[in-house]
Design a protein around this ligand. Structure first.
Ligand code: ZN
Length: 501
């Protein structure tokens, strides 16, 4: 049986390698491809993603799975080997239901729709994107139907990003969170303590920002020999093991945007750099779920990056690298500005408190689109209405409204909930970190960030995919997953910052 097991793993490796090449094509599209190369790229991506899919549903995999699982020696496999077999089986049984030519067509449409989205966003004109998005919704419905025609299509898609996650489970977690956050936002906005937002709008030349972001990566003990940082319209992370790519975007009059994006993507990147501890090109040596990925990125960005402790440590270096620009700014003012609470249009620029409201509305739109309760053509109006209702924000145009996110153009539906799930996981993991390293904040303040990062790597990254996400978080923290820890974390943090009684 050893022979069959090794053969199964080598087929898995083959599929993973093709997938990596596919991801490199995406990276290249966004970082270096000439503008007019997109049609050719659509063909390449269709070809390679179809090939990856064929590798994943190779009939030999089924044969090997049967002979391994039914073998009298199956019980002699280690826990890790059994988990590998289980994960390959789970993926195979899902993917075998999806025809390869559909996968190719879906990927191709992703490149075409992405192109239309780019143009629509540039011109702030939803009508350019609308027909492509309509096709994308249909592709998603079909995909869900292939995977499981018996249940709600949106549940199928959520489960694809986050195994065993459902709408109901998500709603149960976010309803109390939504209520707590709405109240907290009101209290912060009514407080006499308010940040001086002009600090964030000061002009910081791009070359200075680039130096700042590279320095940040060093501070985060981020391995730049196995990774690199580039610029894109929409920051993202791709790759794994010894070749991880992260990107950011720079605005002259919003230095915090690049700084926080870099920190967020470094969180994703660091996960990929360490996830292979149990064995690269094995299912257990890959990321656990999208929610855990977001827990890593949002832990770096918010829990570390927006903490008082981090800025107490980094303030001096920050001033040194930015010269005269912030010479008159006090540490307290900078910390408050970094933690501004301000209902605003763009999700990726949103503060920690309003962020989850952006996710909740996307969750509701996706759910209703997939279930035909709303139509694509009505999205801009519905979007603006929802923004007003949830955040009290008046959307000025489609570019800052319904067209802001890249996800739908690439066919990603059911992914958005994983961001909030990441926040929930992250805060619960922080609770455990506080127990094991009670002085974690003073460690950061004294520049010993590595101690915290190493704890995170050991307890989260290196666990790979030995457990599904909810079980993993429960294992790390000894508690069932709940949004209580996130609510408590936000209450304590913002009450202190905004002097709430
Ligand atoms: Zn992310």
């Amino acid at each position: 049986m050893r022979k069959e097991y090794d053969e199964l793993l080598s087929l898995f490796k083959e599929a993973s390698i093709v997938e990596e090449i596919d991801m490199l094509l995406y990276w290249d599209r966004d970082v270096t491809m000439p503008k007019k190369g997109w049609k050719q790229r659509a063909e390449q991506v269709a070809f390679i993603s179809q090939l990856a899919h064929e590798k994943k549903i190779n009939p030999k995999i089924k044969e090997l799975l049967v002979s391994i699982v039914e073998h009298p020696d199956y019980e002699k496999l280690s826990e890790q080997e059994k988990r590998n077999v289980y994960l390959i089986k789970r993926k195979y049984e899902k993917m075998v239901k999806v025809p390869p030519d559909f996968v190719g067509e879906f990927s191709k449409q992703g490149v075409i729709a992405n192109k239309a989205w780019e143009e629509a966003r540039e011109k702030s004109d939803f009508s350019i994107f609308q027909p492509e998005l309509e096709k994308m919704v249909e592709f998603n419905k079909k995909f869900a139907h292939y995977l499981n025609p018996e249940i709600d299509p949106y549940d199928v898609l959520i489960d694809y990003s986050e195994p065993s996650m459902t709408q109901e489970k998500f709603e149960k977690l976010v309803n109390p969170l939504k209520e707590a956050v709405v109240t907290l936002i009101k209290e912060c906005l009514a407080s006499a303590t308010q940040p001086d937002m002009s600090i964030l709008k000061r002009k910081v030349p791009i070359d200075i920002q680039k130096k700042l972001n590279l320095d940040l990566l060093k501070v985060l003990d981020y391995d730049l020999e196995r990774s690199r940082l580039d610029e894109t319209v929409h920051p993202f992370t791709t790759g794994s093991y010894d070749d991880v790519r992260i990107t950011t975007r720079y605005y002259k009059e919003n230095f915090l945007s690049a700084f926080m994006s870099t920190m967020h993507e470094a969180g994703h990147g660091d996960y990929e750099l360490h996830v292979g501890k149990l064995g690269s090109y094995q299912p257990v040596g890959q990321w656990c779920s999208d929610g855990v990925h977001e827990a890593c990125s949002r832990f770096y960005e918010n829990i570390l990056g927006r903490s008082e402790a981090f800025w107490k440590y980094y303030f001096f270096k920050f001033k040194e690298l930015t010269g005269e620009i912030f010479a008159d700014v006090s540490l307290e003012d900078l910390i408050l500005a970094v933690n501004k609470v301000e209902p605003s249009a763009i999700r990726t620029e949103a503060d920690e408190l309003t962020y989850d409201l952006h996710i909740i509305m996307r969750f509701e739109f996706e759910r209703d689109l997939l279930n035909e309760k709303i139509k694509v053509k009505d999205l801009p109006e519905l979007w603006n209405k929802k923004m007003k209702e949830l955040l009290g924000y008046e959307v000025k145009n489609d570019a800052e409204g319904v067209l802001q996110d890249v996800h739908w153009s690439e066919g990603l539906m059911g992914y958005f909930p994983t961001y909030t799930l990441g926040n929930i996981f992250g805060a619960q993991i922080l609770m455990q970190l506080q127990k094991e390293i009670p002085n974690w904040e003073s460690e950061i303040e004294h520049g010993n960030l590595k101690k915290i990062l190493d704890w995170f790597r050991e307890n989260v990254h290196e666990k790979g995919n030995m457990k599904d996400s909810f079980e993993l978080v429960q294992d790390i923290t000894g508690k069932e997953v709940t949004s209580d820890y996130l609510i408590e974390y936000l209450k304590v943090k913002y009450s202190k910052l905004y002097n709430l009684s």
